[in-house]
Design a protein around this ligand. Structure first.
Ligand code: NAD
Length: 296
């Protein structure tokens, strides 16, 4: 697959598209925001005038958008991508969205004989830049195998969780756990600080002890503990609190429909919602650390 359209060039999509260019692919790009397009064009991408312009005569379409309504709007209906692309074009959506939307888009694609894969990612902006993302796919075995050609360039792991929508279910399970770990890590670090500990020393201890987890290893929420994290850069970039609230909402809807008990996810959702409402929606989700910090 040589000719690829990439739609949605934000914190994640931008570096993912850049890795396709580095691998020698011809990439046509589109975003609603010109500032998101410019660095890709400077790196060799072709700017498309619209999403439909981007997908004309490509082998594969990759999208990386905020939520389900954006993905349905992009792919479905008379003016959607599915109605316009050649039947051999492979469609891959890497956004984190509700499983029902992913299944609806996949069904519309299938009715036209087009392969669609839901392929949400884990690994954050650092993983997007380094090309080490984990892709969590839903779709037929054949479609996911086809997608590997492109996904292997942007990631280190490609999993097939099951049929259409299964990638999204696995992704929200992961993000619910991530939110709980981030809140718990923030709370523990602040407890240590309040009791006179150096957060760097405490982080080093917990990282290799029984409390060790991904947030301590890769994404410490306390400013100054790790150089490359959003916490050490004013909580800019990274994964917005608003997007984490969205994912926790998806997890809670899934829990309701399956009648699963998810009290930790519900509490994390409530905390993140309050954090967003306090004006932190655009800040990285590790800024929940500030919720616990002393103001006196
Ligand atoms: P972002 O807000 O930085 O980027 C989204 C981009 O999509 C923006 O540039 C926006 O202009 C563009 N866009 C929206 N609607 C569009 C449309 N109709 N056509 C073209 N462009 C459109 O968000 P992000 O952090 O890149 O996240 C994207 C997705 O990836 C979300 O679903 C998020 O939950 C998921 N995700 C993010 C991270 C992370 O660390 N940021 C990690 C894993 C998964």
């Amino acid at each position: 697959m040589q000719r690829i359209a990439f739609i949605g060039l934000g914190n994640m999509g931008g570096p993912m598209a850049a890795n396709l260019l580095k691998a020698g692919k011809q990439v046509k790009v589109f975003d609603l925001v010109q500032a998101a397009i410019d660095p890709l064009v400077a790196a060799g991408a072709t700017q498309a005038a619209s999403a439909l312009d981007a997908v004309a005569d490509v082998d594969c379409v990759v999208s990386m958008l905020p939520a389900g309504k954006h993905v349905r709007g992009l792919f479905m209906g008379e003016e959607g991508i599915i109605a316009k692309v050649n039947s051999g074009t492979l469609l891959i959506d890497c956004s984190t969205i509700d499983a029902d939307s992913a299944r609806a888009v996949a069904a519309e694609a299938q009715s036209k004989g087009i392969d669609f894969v839901d392929a949400p990612v884990s690994g954050g902006t650092a993983g997007a830049q380094a090309g080490t993302l984990t892709f969590i796919c839903g779709g037929s075995e054949t479609a996911v195998e086809r997608a590997r050609d492109v996904l292997d360039i942007m990631g280190a792991n490609v999993f097939r969780a099951g049929d259409s929508g299964a990638g999204q279910v696995a992704k929200i399970c992961n993000n619910q756990l991530l939110a709980v770990l981030m809140v718990g890590t923030s709370e523990a670090l602040q407890l240590g600080i309040d009791n006179g500990l150096d957060p760097k020393v405490l982080s080093d201890i917990m990282k290799v002890s029984s409390g060790g987890n991904w947030t301590l290893e890769k994404y410490n929420p306390c400013p100054g503990v790790m150089e490359q994290t959003p916490a050490s850069h004013g909580y800019q970039g990274g994964f917005m609190t608003d997007l984490m609230v969205k994912d926790l909402g998806l997890a809670s809807e899934a829990a309701l429909s399956s009648q699963s008990s998810a009290p930790m996810g519900a509490l994390a959702r409530s905390l993140y919602q309050a954090h967003a409402r306090a004006g932190n929606g655009k800040a990285d989700f590790s800024s929940i650390f500030n919720y616990f910090s002393r103001k006196d």
